[in-house]
Design a protein around this ligand. Structure first.
Ligand code: HEM
Length: 469
C-alpha cells in the first residue's frame, strides 16, 4: 500500500512506486474505477502515478461532495495537460475556484441568459438550425450515412449564433476545419490522460503532444479571430451577442482588469467546445439506440405524431404532453453517460467525505458513470429501456434522483438548460420527420462507446427515410 497523506484517508488498492495503480486500468477506465468501488467502498483512493486521487462513487457520496460540501470541493486541480493550452487556467471550465472566477462564471451565465440561454426565446434559434439539418437529411435519404459530422455542425451553430452572432454554412471550409479540429482535440485529450500523471512517458509521446498543442492553438486562434472581428465593428448601442456583451463590460471595468481578452478567448473555447461535443454526442447515442431498438423508435414516433402531427415541428410547449419521448431521452442520457467522470475537482481546504479525511489539494474524480450504471438502482443497467423513466399507468414521466448527467453544485454544467432544450427539440424533430434504420445487412454497431474526454459511440451508419414521403 502507498503512504496515505493523512490519518483516516480513504482506503484504496495497492500501487507500484512509479506508475501507481495504473495497472488496474484499461481503456475503459470508467468501468474499472466503478469495479474498484465494490472492493474499497464509495469513496476510495488511487495512486495515479506519483499523485494520489480520491474517486467518489454513488449518488450519496457524490451529493455530499458536490452539493452539501460544494464549497470545499469546487476547485479544479493542477493539470499538466490543461497547462499546455491554458497555462493560467483562464476561462470557465479550467478555472481555479476563487472570487474572480466566480465573477467570471456569473457574468458569463447572466449574459448567456440575456441572450435567451435556457429561455424559450432560444427556441426559435434552435428550430431554425434544426430546419437546416432536416433539409440536409432529406438530401441524404436512402443511402447509408454517418450522421456524426453533420450533427456536430448543426449543434455547434446554435452556440455560434449566441456567442459569435452568426451561423456558418455546413459547407464553409473554415467552419468544417474548426469543428473537425475540436473533435480531434477532444479525442487526443482523452488519450493523453495518463501523461498528466506519468511524466516519464511524455518524451515517448512527443508527436501526440505536438498534435494536441496544434489543435488547441487552432481553436484558440479561431476564437481570437472572432474577438478581433467584433472589436473592429463594435458599437456599444448594438450588443448582439456574447462577445459584444463581454467587450462592453470590459469597457465598464474599473481598476480590476479581470475581463481580459485572454479570459474571453478561453471562455469562448469553453462555450464552443462544451456546447458542441456534448449535445451532439448525446444525439449520436440517441440515433444509435433508436436504430438498435426500432420498436422504441416507433413508439416515440407514434407519441409525437399523436400530439404534434406531421405538419409542424415539436415545440418546447409540447414537452409536457410527450412523457414517453422525454423518458426515452433521459434513458439515452443515462445509458450514454457521455461525461462518465464530470471534470476533475479538487479540495479547496482540509475537509472530509463519507467519514474520511481529505487534505486540501487532493484531486477528486467524480464517477457519474457509477450513478447511472448501479445495478441496485438500475436493474440490468446495460440494457436500454425507457420504461425506467416512464410511468405507464399515469402516462407520466418518472424522475429519479440517481441521474446526474450535468453533474451538480458550484461547477454544474453551465449549459444545462440550453442542452435540455436542444436535446428535446432536435431528437423529437428528427424522429417526427424521419425513420432511422440500420443499412440492410449491416453488423449491429457496438454500444460500448470510446472514452476520450467524453464517451462517444463508435462511428456507425444509418439509413434515413422521410416519414411522410
Ligand atoms: C448534453 C449536453 C451536456 C452535458 C451532458 C454536459 C455535462 C457537463 C458536465 C458533466 C460538466 C462538468 C461539471 C463538473 O465538473 O462537475 C460540464 C461542465 C460545463 N459545461 Fe456542460 N454539458 C452539456 C452541454 C453543455 C452546453 C450546451 C454548454 C454551453 C455552452 C455547456 C457548458 C459547460 C461549461 C462552461 C462547463 C464548465 C463549468 C464549470 O467549470 O464551472 N455544457 N458539463
Amino acid at each position: 500500500h502507498y503512504l496515505a497523506p493523512c490519518k483516516n484517508f480513504p482506503p484504496g488498492p495497492w500501487g507500484l512506486p512509479i506508475i501507481g495503480s495504473f495497472m488496474y486500468f484499461g481503456s475503459d477506465i470508467h468501468k474499472d474505477m466503478m469495479k474498484l468501488s465494490k472492493t474499497y467502498g464509495d469513496v476510495y483512493s488511487v495512486k495515479m502515478g506519483s499523485r494520489i486521487s480520491v474517486v467518489v462513487n454513488g449518488v450519496n457520496a457524490i451529493k455530499e461532495c458536490l452539493v452539501k460540501k460544494g464549497n470545499d470541493f469546487a476547485d479544479r486541480p493542477y493539470s499538466w495537460i490543461v497547462e499546455q493550452y491554458n497555462p493560467r487556467y483562464e476561462g470557465i471550465a479550467d478555472g481555479r475556484f476563487n472570487e474572480k472566477w466566480q465573477r467570471r462564471r456569473q457574468f458569463a451565465h447572466t449574459t448567456l441568459r440575456g441572450f435567451g440561454f435556457g429561455k424559450t426565446s432560444m427556441e426559435s434559434k434552435i428550430c431554425e438550425e434544426i430546419s437546416f439539418l432536416l433539409d440536409e437529411f432529406r438530401d441524404l435519404q436512402d443511402k447509408p450515412i454517418d450522421t456524426g459530422a453533420i450533427l456536430n455542425r448543426s449543434v455547434s451553430n446554435v452556440i455560434c449564433s449566441i456567442t459569435f452572432g452568426k451561423r456558418f454554412n455546413y459547407s464553409d471550409p473554415k467552419f468544417n476545419f474548426i469543428i473537425d479540429t475540436m473533435g480531434k482535440w477532444f479525442e487526443v485529450m482523452g488519450t493523453m490522460y495518463e501523461l498528466d500523471f506519468l511524466p516519464f512517458r511524455r518524451p515517448f509521446n512527443r508527436s501526440n503532444i505536438h498534435n494536441y498543442n496544434t489543435l488547441g492553438a487552432d481553436l484558440k486562434k479561431f476564437c481570437k479571430q472572432q474577438i478581433d472581428e467584433h472589436r473592429e465593428v463594435f458599437d456599444p448601442d448594438n450588443i448582439g451577442d456574447f462577445i459584444d456583451a463581454y467587450l462592453a463590460e470590459t469597457m465598464k471595468q474599473d481598476g480590476n482588469k479581470d475581463l481580459t481578452d485572454d479570459q474571453l478567448k478561453h471562455t469562448l473555447v469553453d462555450l464552443f467546445s462544451a456546447g458542441t461535443e456534448t449535445t451532439a454526442t448525446t444525439l449520436k447515442w440517441g440515433l444509435l439506440l433508436m436504430v438498435l431498438h426500432p420498436e422504441i423508435q416507433d413508439k416515440v414516433f407514434n407519441e409525437i405524431d399523436q400530439v404534434v402531427g406531421e405538419n409542424r415541428l415539436p415545440r418546447l410547449d409540447d414537452r409536457k404532453n410527450l412523457p414517453y419521448t422525454e423518458a426515452t431521452l433521459l434513458e439515452i442520457q443515462r445509458f450514454g453517460s457521455i461525461a462518465p467522470f464530470s471534470l476533475p475537482h479538487c479540495a479547496l481546504k482540509d475537509t472530509s467525505l463519507d467519514g474520511y479525511n481529505i487534505p486540501k489539494g487532493t484531486e477528486i474524480i467524480i464517477s457519474l458513470w457509477s450513478i447511472h450504471r448501479e445495478t441496485t438502482i438500475w436493474p440490468d443497467p446495460d440494457k436500454f429501456d425507457p420504461m425506467r423513466f416512464y410511468d405507464e399507468k399515469n402516462n407520466a414521466l418518472k424522475k429519479s434522483e440517481h441521474f446526474m448527467p450535468f453533474s451538480a453544485g458550484r461547477r454544474v454544467c453551465m449549459g444545462e438548460q440550453l442542452a435540455k432544450h436542444e436535446l428535446f427539440l432536435y431528437f423529437s424533430a428528427m424522429i417526427n420527420q424521419f425513420k432511422f434504420s440500420l443499412p440492410v445487412g449491416a453488423k449491429k454497431p457496438s454500444t460500448d462507446g470510446v472514452l476520450g474526454l467524453t464517451l462517444v459511440p463508435e462511428p456507425y451508419q444509418v439509413v434515413i427515410r422521410e416519414r411522410s414521403a
